[in-house]
Design a protein around this ligand. Structure first.
Ligand code: 9UX
Length: 71
């Protein structure tokens, strides 16, 4: 997965949601930084080498949100 990666996130409605998603993404191995824009519902993830999309998705879902594939 190329970095930085833009991930559309569904289900966030407040600043606390944003922080939860950022924290979850930052805990994925290989992720250097993750920031979430609530207005655009997009996470920007900086990762070294391969941060597997599967792991990023799992982290987002574990935090209680969902990830939409960009089509
Ligand atoms: Mo506040 Mo965000 O309950 O889910 S954390 S809306």
């Amino acid at each position: 997965v190329p970095s930085p990666l833009q991930l559309p996130i569904s289900g966030m409605t407040c600043a606390s949601c944003v922080k939860r998603v950022e924290k979850a993404l930052r805990q994925v191995p290989g992720v250097d930084e993750a920031t979430v824009n609530l207005a655009t519902e997009t996470a920007t993830v900086q990762a070294q080498g391969q941060a597997p999309l599967k792991a990023l998705r799992a982290a987002v879902e574990k935090a209680g949100f969902s990830l939409r594939e960009k089509s």
